[in-house]
Design a binder for this molecule. Structure first.
Ligand code: FDA
Length: 314
């Protein structure tokens, strides 16, 4: 209860321009951010990718950004992905599915007035075209609940040309069980996470136990289905449930995977990979780290305490 009650408070405080500007200026913030984001440049993320691949992990890379307010900014995001994909195409990797990028529709222009949807969809198409050439998979991240219908529509459309395109479903949304049922029937790659945004109780479960139960129901539907479930959770209960469901439905190691965030439960990532599971680490990079960082604080208030202690020690 404590955790879920704090999430909207942390998220609301973080929305203040003053708090954002002050925290971005502080060196200590950057030190704490480094735990979750390997750096701001393509060189920083390339080094992190190579380290992860060297440790037997797969990767998905997110170029940070979500407040795109003009088309030029969306184009810059696309260019950053194209440059990254070019570099990724030259990275030797023993597993053909080891490389992936994650994209946010808001960063690709979805919120722009008038043609936002069309611009975002075209940008996803451009990224998928380059990714296919580079031998890299693409997954569309999930943002706030108001954008789900449009995102799933874009997924259905772009998958006609790029069937390997996947997306994220958030178990805390009341609608997600139905979405899982729809996608479990096709062969789509679905990343199931609990959900990281502050959502109202009308659309989302806000009680931690209810979110966990919803996650388990959704995971069962996906594991039983024909798709490729991506179990995006650090929670030992969800990890254990995934293994039980894999055994129950006779899934092969190549038909699903674990996913975790960069800097969170790294030992567990390596342990699972050492046991022969495909484990993908989500690595964000770039200058627009603030929104991502705040969601990491909000999902675990202990991180706020860690941040405040670092401030006090300054
Ligand atoms: P839970 O929050 O119960 O955490 C379980 C344990 O993991 C904790 O006890 C702690 O040990 C560790 N842990 C979790 N979060 C931590 C943190 N911030 N700092 C330190 N330790 C932490 N969400 C979303 O809304 N849209 C999206 O597109 C994505 N994409 C995404 C991709 C991938 C690969 C992952 C792993 C997660 C996401 N998420 C996301 C975030 C997700 O919704 C969720 O907020 C976090 O994964 C935390 O939930 P857990 O399932 O890990 O459980």
């Amino acid at each position: 209860f404590f955790d879920t009650a704090l999430r909207p408070i942390i998220t609301a405080a973080a929305a203040s321009d003053r708090i954002k500007a002050t925290s971005q200026r502080l060196t200590v913030t950057r030190r704490v951010v480094e735990r979750f984001v390997p750096g701001e440049t393509q060189d920083d993320v390339s080094a992190a990718i190579r380290r992860s691949l060297g440790n037997g992990l797969s990767v998905t890379i997110d170029h940070l950004g979500e407040d795109t307010t003009d088309e030029a900014q969306a184009t810059q995001t696309v260019d950053a992905y194209l440059s990254l994909l070019e570099e990724m195409s030259r990275m030797p990797s023993p597993d053909p599915k080891a490389l992936e990028v994650s994209v946010k529709l808001s960063a690709l222009g979805q919120m722009l007035p008038r043609h936002g949807r069309k611009i975002a969809e075209e940008n996803v198409h451009i990224i998928c075209t380059a990714a296919e050439t580079a031998g890299v998979l693409v997954t569309i991240d999930a943002e706030d609940h108001a954008t789900v219908d449009e995102r799933l529509d874009i997924l259905r459309t772009v998958r006609r040309d790029f069937p390997s395109l996947g997306t994220v479903l958030q178990a805390y949304l009341r609608r997600t069980e139905d979405d899982c049922r729809e996608f479990a029937e096709s062969d789509v790659r679905i990343r199931l996470c609990k959900g990281a945004y502050a959502e109202p109780p009308t659309v989302a479960f806000t009680d931690r136990a209810q979110v966990d139960e919803a996650y388990l129901r959704c995971l069962r539907i996906l594991m039983k289905g024909n798709g490729y479930p991506m179990v995006a959770s650090h929670d030992p209960m969800m990890i254990g449930a995934a293994h039980e469901l894999v055994a129950e439905f006779g899934r092969t190691p190549d038909s699903w995977e674990h996913q975790m965030l960069y800097g969170i439960r790294t030992d567990e990532q390596l342990r699972l990979a050492g046991d022969g599971h495909r484990v993908r680490v989500y690595i964000p990079y770039g200058r627009e780290w603030y929104g991502y960082f705040v969601r990491r604080l909000a999902e675990r208030p202990a991180n706020v305490a860690f941040f405040l202690r670092a401030l006090a020690d300054r």
